[in-house]
Every structure is written in structure tokens, then in C-alpha cells.
Write a protein of this length. Structure first.
Length: 234
């Protein structure tokens, strides 16, 4: 099903649109994984902004919402490019990038979930939407740990070099999937609370996604029987 017409840019069909979002997410993941320091990557932030813009387009947000989103995202992108070109750096700028990344990564999965919750049927779009939203949640908690690391006087994790964005990304997804290798352990009560919240969120998300898939599958299996049922009625 195509995105709602009347917005900005060309129409993007559901499955193709979510495939584009997934590619952008993989790019964001790779950029964060390559970051060996705790400072967020401006380039990764720009990719996240593009991801949010595509999410609004694919989910068929209202034209007014898309226009406002484009203005906000364009201003944020311009500010990021300027700070990168002039070589601006500092603790405050790192905190701002981390907070802005969290905001973008919170809006994107929430929009996807809101778009999919009222839809029926099991198809490629539903599967891609579930995957993209799940990975976006993991990235959101990555920057939650990153912000916590930037605001904490000591180390947020009890392992050498674990305060890098790359290590935070690894810890976030092992927590989201409840894998828990144990090589990185939260050192503070706040970090432990965030980790528990992410683990619970990951499980609830999987339960919801499976329920969505099963509901779609049951709807598809029940559809062919509907005409024959009507014919049997006197």
C-alpha cells in the first residue's frame, strides 16, 4: 500500500519504503559501531534525521506533520553540517548530539508502531516494519547509555573501554535480545535500571510483534472461508 499522497516527495510503497528505512538503519548502525570514543558521530546523526524523514513519508503522516518535520529536520541537519565543517567539539555538543539522537530514535519507532497497529494482514511490509522498529529501539537505548556515560563522572560500565559508542551499541543489543554475554556490566544503579528497562521493552516488543503476525496469519486463513460460509446460509 502506498504512502498517503499530498506529502513531500514521491510516493513510497510500504514494503519498498521500509526496505529503504532498513538500509538507512544499517548505515547508522555501522557508523555507530565504528565510533571508538564516547562522542556521537555527526554523520550518523544526519543519517538518523534522513531515516526519520523517510519514516514520516512511508507511514503516510499528514502533510502538515511532514512539512513541520522537514523544517525541524532541515534546521537540525544544517546545524550539524555547520558544526562539523567548523570543527566544533566539546562535552556540551556531545550531549546535545546524544539527546537529539535519542529524540529521533524515539519518534521513528513510535511512528512505525502507530502506523502498523491498525493494519490487518501478514505481508512483507508488516515483517519489515517489525524489524525496523525493533532495531530502532535498540539504537535508542544505545544513545540512552551514551548520554548516561557522558553525564556520569565515572565509567557507566565495569569493563575497560566500555564507554565507547561501539561498546554501548553492542551492550544495548545484547540487552534488548536478552543475550547477555556478561563481558560488559553496568556499573551504576542508573545504568542497571536502564538495562532492565531495555530488556523488558525488548520482550514486550517481541510479544507484540508475534501477536501482530499471528493476527495477520489468522486473518489470511479465515478470508477464503468467508464466501462459502455466506453461501451455506438459507
Amino acid at each position: 500500500m502506498s504512502a498517503r499522497s499530498g506529502g513531500i516527495g514521491a510516493d513510497i510503497s510500504g514494503s519498498a519504503g521500509y526496505a529503504i528505512i532498513l538500509v538507512l538503519i544499517v548505515a547508522s548502525y555501522a557508523l555507530c559501531a565504528a565510533q571508538q570514543g564516547s562522542d556521537p558521530s555527526p554523520i550518523a546523526f544526519l543519517v538518523m534525521l534522513v531515516t526519520v524523514a523517510v519514516v514520516f513519508r512511508v507511514t503516510g503522516a499528514r502533510p502538515l506533520v511532514q512539512h513541520v518535520a522537514w523544517v525541524v529536520l532541515s534546521v537540525a541537519a544544517a546545524a550539524t553540517v555547520v558544526t562539523t565543517l567548523v570543527g566544533a567539539s566539546g562535552h556540551v555538543l556531545d550531549v546535545l548530539f546524544s539527546v537529539a539522537s535519542m529524540a529521533a530514535l524515539l519518534v521513528a519507532p513510535a511512528t512505525i508502531i502507530g502506523h502498523q497497529v491498525t493494519r490487518r494482514g501478514l505481508n512483507l511490509e508488516a515483517l519489515l516494519a517489525a524489524i525496523t522498529a525493533y532495531v530502532l529501539v535498540g539504537l535508542f537505548f544505545t544513545f540512552a547509555f551514551n548520554l548516561l556515560s557522558l553525564l556520569t563522572a565515572g565509567e557507566a560500565f565495569d569493563a575497560p573501554g566500555s564507554d565507547s559508542l561501539s561498546a554501548q551499541l553492542f551492550f544495548s543489543f545484547t540487552t534488548l535480545t536478552t543475550t547477555g554475554y556478561g563481558n560488559i556490566v553496568p556499573a551504576s544503579a542508573t545504568a542497571q535500571a536502564v538495562a532492565v528497562t531495555e530488556a523488558i521493552t525488548g520482550q514486550l516488543f517481541l510479544i507484540t510483534a508475534v501477536a501482530r503476525i499471528m493476527r495477520g496469519a489468522s486473518g489470511l486463513s479465515a478470508t477464503p472461508d468467508a464466501p462459502s460460509t455466506r453461501r451455506e446460509q438459507p
